[in-house]
Design a protein around this ligand. Structure first.
Ligand code: SF4
Ligand code: SF4
Length: 318
């Protein structure tokens, strides 16, 4: 039994799926950036991307469900050749599904992507954008030289299309710590972001989501390199908060990989913890009515989601 499972047992709680509300699809590891904290190990040389055939199989499966939200992530999801096709197919489904794109902002100015922002606005795609700080120095340190300037320009472009002000075009930002510490208060930090981004760049947005860095992927490599992995794990374990359990994203999310394989969340996906009923299964092998009550596969990394105020793809839990 891993340390997280032991902790749950200590509190007499178990972790099972509820009714699925979000299908989170990781369309691949290709990205224009190579951020230090990346849990996907994404980058420009990665070859793993979702094919159109896999997209079609996912759409067919989705059509048999009423899962209301489709959340696209990567890598930079926009870089796969069939990204627009995917969104257009989801838009054709009835009942209507809400679409989220997890965007690193700088992708909006890459060659071949300059029509993406109006495409998002036309298709009412919600944007959740990484922005680890409102200061140039911190963002460039974590994500690379010039990323801050590109991100600000992208936010201004999205604002000019109505993002952040039109209720049909939500724009949320994501903060994650630039180092081995837990995020500060989400409400306080959101107020700081709103004030600073408006004052210096005229940028507006809806919500700030604070995320904890999980000790996996490139961030785990960084922790090992700086000899701080044990110390960081201890920080997460000590900050375990049982009140976060009910709000964990694995309870209402199904995570799908670039080949269509299924996981409890994007973190388990990066660790290869694929659903397995005697053999690895793909989304199209899953009976959508049998997801509820399925036990979630856990590991020590799960302490990253239950530390302090908790952490999900939608920010703090408490
Ligand atoms: S954190 Fe996001 S933007 Fe940065 S390399 Fe990973 S996938 Fe790309
Ligand atoms: S990493 Fe977080 S979301 Fe994933 S299974 Fe563990 S607790 Fe759940």
């Amino acid at each position: 039994m891993n340390r997280f499972a032991q902790k749950l047992a200590q509190y007499s709680v178990s972790l099972h799926h509820g009714r699925p509300e979000i299908l989170q699809v990781n369309v691949g590891k290709l990205c224009n950036l190579t951020c230090v904290h990346c849990h996907v190990n994404a980058g420009p040389k990665r070859k793993e991307i979702m094919s159109r055939e896999t997209i079609d199989r996912i759409i067919d499966w989705l059509a048999k469900t009423d899962i209301p939200i489709v959340d696209l992530t990567g890598g930079a999801p926009e870089m796969i050749p069939d990204f627009r096709y995917f969104i257009e197919q989801v838009r054709l489904l009835r009942p209507h599904r809400h679409i989220i794109d997890r965007c690193n902002l700088t992708i909006l100015f890459e060659r071949g992507s300059t029509d993406l922002a109006p495409f998002f606005a036309r298709n009412k795609v919600e944007i959740i954008a990484s922005m680890p700080c409102y200061s140039q120095e911190n963002v460039n340190a974590q994500r690379g030289e010039g990323v801050f300037e590109g991100s600000i320009a992208a936010l201004q472009l999205l604002n000019s299309l109505g993002y952040g002000t039109d209720p049909r075009l939500p724009l949320h930002l994501v903060y994650n710590p630039v180092g081995t510490f837990l995020p500060p208060s989400q409400a306080n930090l959101e107020a700081d972001y709103k004030r600073e981004l408006k004052k210096h760049f005229g940028v507006v947005f809806n919500n700030l989501y604070t995320l904890t860095n999980l000790p996996i992927g490139r961030f785990a490599t960084y922790l090992r390199y700086t000899n701080t992995l044990d110390e960081y794990m201890e920080l997460l374990i000590q900050a375990f908060n049982p009140a976060t359990i009910d709000g964990l994203m694995c309870r209402n999310t199904v995570s799908v990989g670039w080949r269509g394989e299924v996981y409890d969340c994007d973190f388990n996906q990066q660790l290869g913890m694929q659903w397995n009923n005697g053999r690895p299964i793909f989304l199209w092998d899953v009976d959508p009515h049998k997801i509820e009550n399925r036990q979630v596969m856990t590991g020590d990394h799960c302490f990253g989601c239950t530390a302090g105020a908790g952490s999900t793809c939608g920010g703090a839990i408490l």
